[in-house]
Structure formats: C-alpha cells, structure tokens
Design a protein around this ligand. Structure first.
Ligand SMILES: Cc1ncc(COP(=O)(O)O)c(C=O)c1O
Length: 397
C-alpha cells in the first residue's frame, strides 16, 4: 500500500508558508507531482492554490482545492480552453501559435474582460542549469517555451504574464542565474506596465535541509520590487518529498544463475515507474517486528508502531534482485542487500513514493493496484482508496 503522512506533508507546507510570508510570493502545488486530493484539506491553508497541467488537473484543483488555479499546458484544444475559461485564474500558453489561435475567444470572455482570468506565455530563457537532458527544457530545439528570438516583433496584446520552468531538484543559486538570463532576454517585457505576473515554475527544492531559502526570498522580493509584478512559484516535489512510502510484500524467493531473486507484490513499471524512467535507486527498508535495532539508523518517511526498519545496503551476503509480478523482464527495482535471507511474507518499505511516481501508476498486466492510505498525526490510518478488479476492467471500455 501507499501510505502518506499528513504531519510530514504539513511539515513541508509550513516551510512553504514561511517562504510565502517572507518573500511575498504566491505559492501553488503542482498537481502533476502530487494530486492525492483527499490530503488537500490538510495542506490548503498553507498554500495559494494549485498549478494544473491542463483541463483535468484544473478541474481537480477547482473542485477540491478551491483556491487559485494556475494552468499551463504545452497545447490546448477547443474543449480545454472553453472549459478552463470558466474557472482558471491564469492560462499560460506555450507558443504564439496557440495564443493566436485562442486569443480572440479568450479576450471576449467575461472573466478575461473583468480581469478574473489573466493570460501568459511560457518563455525559454535558453539557460540550462540541470544535469539531465530529459528534464532540461532549455536544450536547443526544446518544445517547451518561447525563445526571445521567436518573440521578436510579435503582437503581445492581451498577455499580462510570463512563465518559465527550467529547474528540477535545484537550489536557489540556479534560480539566480536563470533569473539573470530571463532579465537579459525578457526584462524589457517585465519592465513594461503590460506584464503583471512572473511565474518562476517549479523545480525549487525548497523543503530540503540544504536549500538556501534566504536567497530564494531575496530573489523573489527583488523581482517583485524591480518589475512591480506578482511572483508565483509552483513546486510539486518540494511539497510531497519525504512524505510517503510504498509497502510491498515478498511473494516469492528463488535463485537463477547465481542471483537471488525476490518477486514482490508491487511492480517497478506499474507502481514506481520513475525508478525505470528517471532512473533512480529508491531507499528500501526491511520491516522487522521484534528485533532491537539501533535508534540511529535512518527510517522511512512513514513508520508504524511496533515495527523496526533495517535499511538495505548496496552489497552484502544476502543480496537480492527485487522485481515486480509483471511480464516485463526489466520490471526490476534493483539489487539490495539485507542482513538476513528474505522470506515469503516479508514486508519491504520503499521510501519517498508520494511524489511523481504515485501519479503515474497503472494496472499493467492486471497487477493489483496498492490501496492508498493516509496516516494522521495521532497515528491512525485512513484508507482513502482501494482498488479492485472492476477498476482494471472498466478503465479501457
Ligand atoms: C510547468 C511546471 N511547473 C511546475 C512543475 C513542478 O516541478 P517540481 O515538482 O520539480 O517542483 C513542473 C514539473 O515538471 C512543470 O513542468
């Protein structure tokens, strides 16, 4: 099962609330990273609303978060724009062709005329700060955002916002150099009276202990004062990082060509696809019920009373290749060493599974989807979603 800790979420959002208060930024949850809406009532007071990747996330934000909705999608169709115009507060466009296609309709809409809905453009400052190409929207030929070159001579009537999203798991020093690039390429727009908001996207690792929040606060304040704009931040990961786990059961253990293998009740490809896509190696813990382990050992984001947690190592005598119950030969989570042989029925805890990977789960191969559970401050567990055969059956017809 996926278990999400409400106190852990609130620990993150209280840090974000401080950033909002100190910097004057408006701060919204990027639903693409975490959209478990039954948790929204526990965190909404700390945040200004949600960032939606399109119509469906926008509807979720509108119906269940009930605060500001800031929408950006690489492309909208007629139905998206017609529906979004009824409730979104910002509607940001990825290209001039998309904006020109819908501009007339949007500018005639009562919510646009009254100023309730504002429109913006995602720009590409062409300033790469990350290491991984798949997460870099600034690569030459990127499909995400308009370059300064593409903007030259364009009629920008009707637009009042600029949006950039170029960071991924980064600190505020990378935001600083990115802002310098934005200033160089788009500063003339921000200085004009026409532009009233600047959305600095997500990718800010604000809730990590080493993140330089003071610098972020300074950068936001500076931008607000210099350009007289509202500044928006839309983190996803920073809100749900270290707040949830995926608990799995060992279903089988055997050996093949000298490798010890364990088949688990959860699958890399169906339940934690970022392990394969990013790719990354999750932290894994073996649950022991009676052992007396050192209190100094790390523990997963969610713990249960009466359990001890032994972190898996990279090397060791009892090294297992952990895999899922699907047909995909590569449905592998990795090789992990435990202090004793694994047995059928053992429980393993995969750390940090609340953000991103959880929003991408599937029922590939008809594997059982883990239930979703909230853990409240007093330790009580609330199962908010269980999945059964009808969920698998009804998804495709
Ligand atoms: C436009 C936009 N905003 C916000 C985010 C959230 O980023 P993160 O979860 O890294 O903070 C993303 C993530 O891809 C994004 O594409």
């Amino acid at each position: 099962m996926f278990v999400i800790s409400i106190p852990a979420l609130q620990r993150n959002t209280s840090i974000l609330r401080e950033v909002r208060e100190q910097s004057g930024a408006r701060l919204v949850l990027a639903l693409k990273g975490f959209s478990c809406w039954k948790a929204f009532p526990h965190i909404s007071a700390d945040l200004d609303g949600c960032c939606a990747s399109g119509l469906w996330e926008g509807l979720l934000a509108h119906d269940h978060f009930k605060k500001h909705v800031v929408t950006y999608s690489p492309a909208y169709d007629d139905e998206d724009v017609a529906a979004l115009c009824e409730f979104t507060d910002h509607l940001d466009f990825n290209s001039l062709s998309q904006w020109f296609r819908f501009r007339e309709r949007i500018m005639a809409h009562p919510r646009f005329i009254s100023g309730e809905m504002k429109c913006g453009l995602r720009v590409n400052p062409e300033h790469s700060t990350g290491e991984t190409a798949i997460y870099d929207p600034c690569i030459p030929g990127s499909r995400l955002g308009i370059t300064a070159d593409q903007l030259k001579g364009a009629d920008l009537t009707g637009l009042s916002g600029l949006h950039f999203h170029t960071l991924c798991e980064q600190n505020s020093d990378d935001l600083e150099t990115t802002l310098a690039a934005v200033e160089e390429k788009f500063g003339h727009l921000l200085r004009s009276d026409q532009f009233t908001y600047l959305n600095m996207g997500g990718g800010h690792w604000i809730t990590k202990p080493f993140y330089d929040r003071e610098k972020l606060v300074g950068l936001v304040r500076e931008a607000r004062e210099k350009y007289d704009v509202e500044v928006w931040l839309e983190p996803g990961e920073a809100i749900a990082i270290h707040t949830g786990v995926l608990r799995a059961t060992v279903m089988d253990v055997f050996e093949s060509a000298g490798h010890k293998l364990a088949i688990l009740s959860i699958s890399a490809t169906a339940h934690m696809p970022d392990v394969l896509e990013m790719p990354y190696r999750p932290d894994v813990f073996l649950v022991e019920r009676s052992a007396d382990f050192s209190p100094h050992l790390p523990v997963p984001a969610v713990t249960f009373a009466g359990e001890s947690y032994v972190p898996a190592a990279e090397e060791g005598e009892h090294l297992y290749r952990l895999g899922g119950p699907t047909c995909l030969a590569g449905d592998l989570i990795g090789d992990f060493a435990f202090p004793r042989p694994l047995e059928t029925g053992d429980v393993l805890v995969f750390d940090d599974m609340a953000h991103y990977t959880m929003v991408k789960t599937t029922t590939f191969n008809g594997v059982k989807h883990p239930p979703i559970v909230l853990q409240h401050g007093d330790g009580t567990l609330e199962t908010i979603r269980e999945f059964g055969y009808p969920d698998f059956r009804d998804r495709l017809s």
